[in-house]
Design a binder for this molecule. Structure first.
Ligand SMILES: *Cc1c(COP(=O)(O)O)cnc(C)c1O
Length: 318
């Protein structure tokens, strides 16, 4: 869907919670060369695996010592960062231009005034504020980026996952998907093209019968109307399985049987209804984690659902 553009990968926030090193190994093996991280710490963590790394937060004074691995470069966002990079000797960099998001980036006026002239610019980029919506701002941002004359950059980049779905006129030389690589569906055009890749599982620590009239969990939020078979799973909000999944908003699967969450998710444990299911202590249940559906059920974004995944999971690649 990126047309003739190269396709990079946003692997910030530990590869959106999946584990950046494993993600980079898989994507580099699939031919991806350009990786985007937020910080120099994240760059260092993948520097031996990634051919080319762009650090989106740019370069602060405190980063100068770390901002030297040959395969990583800052994305310069402010006039101070540009000055700091020049003073430190320059070298390859990227530049972020703000075209209307008002988050990070130089203004078009700063670029027009010659602020970045003479830098060794690999990629001149901007970022879309509303790529998951059909709004005029998308084309306006694309045109604002196009309106910057050439600044000697090697490439231009604009599209994140949603931007790729907006069409080839957004792809330019290099696209920067993140969420779509990890199973997120942020626009309808992507629905047929994206498969889930994250499948959390949890293990049954105890199975119990809860008699009619008894309650389950903190604050006794759920009371059994009939005798109910309950499995207590070893997953909770400390694993990113937030309390938004409480009271049936979330569920687990025992083979083809849906097992709704009962009561309130606690820090390390979640109760599910396994009445009629062949589930025993020690069994593993699949946690329902279809990203668009889970987002609708919890009010958490698909991005949050991934980056919340905590450090207690074994991340098993199949
Ligand atoms: C996070 C990020 C991306 C990836 O965005 P997705 O919506 O996850 O595809 C691309 N570019 C920049 C500048 C980002 O911060």
């Amino acid at each position: 869907m990126s047309g003739a553009a190269a396709c990079g990968a946003a692997v910030k926030a530990d590869g959106y919670g999946l584990g950046a090193r494993d993600v980079v190994l898989v994507l580099a093996g699939a031919g991806c060369r350009d990786f985007f991280v937020a910080t120099w710490g994240e760059a260092a963590a993948i520097a031996d695996l990634a051919p080319s790394i762009a650090v989106l937060h740019g370069v602060r004074d405190a980063d100068l010592a770390a901002a030297r691995p040959g395969n990583a470069r800052p994305v310069l966002n402010t006039a101070d960062q540009v000055a700091r990079w020049r003073a430190a000797g320059g070298g390859a960099c990227d530049v972020m231009v703000d075209t209307g998001m008002n988050r990070l980036g130089l203004s078009a006026g700063e670029v027009a005034s010659g602020l970045i002239d003479g830098l060794t610019i690999d990629t001149l980029m901007s970022h879309l504020a509303c790529s998951d919506e059909d709004v005029a701002k998308n084309a306006a941002q694309r045109e604002a980026l196009a309106g910057l004359g050439s600044r000697g950059e090697r490439r231009r980049s604009l599209a994140n996952s949603g931007g790729i779905a907006l069409g080839e006129t957004y792809a330019l030389d290099l696209t920067r998907p993140g969420i779509a690589l990890y199973g997120g569906v942020v626009r309808d055009e992507l629905a047929g093209a994206i498969r889930p890749v994250v499948r959390p599982e949890a293990q049954v620590i105890q199975r119990r019968r809860v008699r009619a009239g008894e309650s389950v969990g903190y604050n006794a939020l759920w009371t059994a109307e009939a005798d109910t078979e309950v499995a207590i799973l070893n997953i909770g909000y400390a694993d990113g399985y937030l309390r938004a999944f409480s009271m049936g908003a979330g569920s687990a699967w025992a083979d083809d049987r849906r097992c709704p969450v009962l009561g309130r998710v606690s820090m390390d444990l979640t109760a599910v209804d396994v009445t009629g299911a062949d589930v025993a202590e020690g069994d593993w249940l699949a946690i329902e984690y279809d990203l668009p559906a889970a987002s609708a059920a919890t009010g958490l974004s698909q991005y949050e659902l991934l980056t919340l995944l905590g450090s207690r999971y074994d991340r098993v690649w199949r």
